[in-house]
Design a protein around this ligand. Structure first.
Ligand code: MN
Length: 377
């Protein structure tokens, strides 16, 4: 089976997030980090935005990173010309394909869209660029017209069709059907571009791969328009563990690249964000901690070491005596079962009143308190 190719668009769609803008240095650092971890393709910017963006694109291209770098444009002459001015070898040309956007955004009709694909793909090819055609709002398009678009892209010499669920309205079942249908009709590379408005971007990306998509778009931390894009860290780990597909990405580097993008974007990730959230390998409840202490596999879907992390046990309201005893043992203190129970009461009180786990100093203080109060039990 051909390897599945990740095309990360943190630097293009990720930066399109309202209020997010990267400096040149940040873009270079993110690009290097992504390529170092094995991401084979990056979408790096939109040349037609102007001379500053073109300078960023030129600088990124000059790094000669061992990855395929792609620039984004609309199916417009000026977008193609701007890409050319940057010396971009690969151009993605986006054009609306839903009736809504064809009529009410472009003010055109289907024939115009097909003709625009033919003309602009040819123009870009003539300038020596490799071309991918982006079917914008494909998930709201007439399926029959979408096939015409795909066939037109293929006839015109594009190497790839991007299926954009621009508004994130797809579900995995429909995704699998439409992607399989495209797969049957054209020999193009097929790329899935999922948005997360319904929280289904990763699921839809996985479904597209199962149906024959050869490429998928991601962004680090799921950064992107509105609810964002399919998160790189989720897609890679879900493909490995739920889809049986490897992507060639060094997953141990995911937390570091996540942190880099948090800093550059000013967008933190939630504590419970899959794979990279601070709390996703942290355990408190008595039942889970006891189970993990007996065997990590009891409560481990995948080994946190795969993403360079480790289980962390914390004490709190839901702790049990085993977890308390283990925490004290780590401090060199052996508790009797009765002591563990007494201390558990204090830990629960602190967790409720201060909304945090006890520190090592808290634990030592609790121990001194009960030790100086021997008649308590
Ligand atoms: Mn998008």
């Amino acid at each position: 089976m051909a390897p599945l190719i990740i095309q990360d668009t943190t630097l293009r769609d990720g930066e399109q997030t309202a209020g997010v803008a990267f400096t040149l240095e940040e873009k270079l650092a993110i690009a290097r980090a992504l390529v170092d971890m094995g991401v084979p393709e990056l979408e790096i910017g939109i040349p037609v935005m102007g001379s500053e963006e073109q300078e960023v694109v030129r600088t990124l291209l000059a790094l000669k990173l061992p990855a395929r770098l792609v620039v984004w444009g609309r199916a417009h002459g000026e977008d193609i010309a701007a890409a050319r001015r940057c010396g971009a070898p690969c151009l993605h040309l986006s054009i609306p394909v839903s009736e809504q956007q064809i009529q009410r955004k472009l003010g055109r009709d289907r024939a115009f869209v097909l003709a625009a694909i033919a003309r602009h793909v040819q123009d870009a090819l003539d300038l020596g660029m490799e071309v991918s055609v982006g079917a914008e709002d494909a998930s709201r398009a007439d399926p029959a017209f979408l096939l015409q678009v795909a066939e037109q892209a293929q006839r015109s010499g594009a190497r790839r069709l991007r299926y954009a669920d621009t508004l994130g309205v797809l579900d995995p079942f429909t995704t699998r059907e439409v992607m399989a249908n495209l797969r049957r009709h054209v020999d193009l590379e097929l790329e899935m571009h999922a948005h997360n408005d319904l929280g289904l971007a990763t699921a839809n990306t996985l479904a597209a791969v199962l149906a024959g998509a050869t490429h998928v778009n991601t962004t680090v931390n799921g950064l992107g328009e509105r609810a964002g894009n399919a998160p790189l860290e989720e897609v890679v780990m879900a493909l490995r563990h739920a889809g049986g597909r490897e992507t060639g990405i060094d997953t141990r580097r995911l937390p570091a690249v996540s942190q880099l993008v948090v800093t550059a974007s000013g967008r933190p990730v939630a504590a419970n964000k899959s794979v990279v959230g601070e709390g996703v390998f942290t355990h408190e409840s008595g039942i889970h901690v006891d189970g993990l202490l007996k065997s990590p596999l009891n409560y481990q879907g995948f080994d946190p070491a795969e993403v360079g992390r480790a289980h962390r046990l914390v004490l709190g309201k839901h702790s049990g005596a085993h977890g308390v005893s283990a925490a004290y043992r780590a401090l060199g203190i052996e508790l009797t079962p009765a002591e563990a129970q007494l201390i558990l009461v204090r830990i629960r009180r602190l967790a409720v009143s201060e909304k945090r786990a006890p520190s090592a100093d808290d634990l030592k203080r609790f121990h001194e308190e009960i030790a100086s109060w021997p008649l308590a039990c």
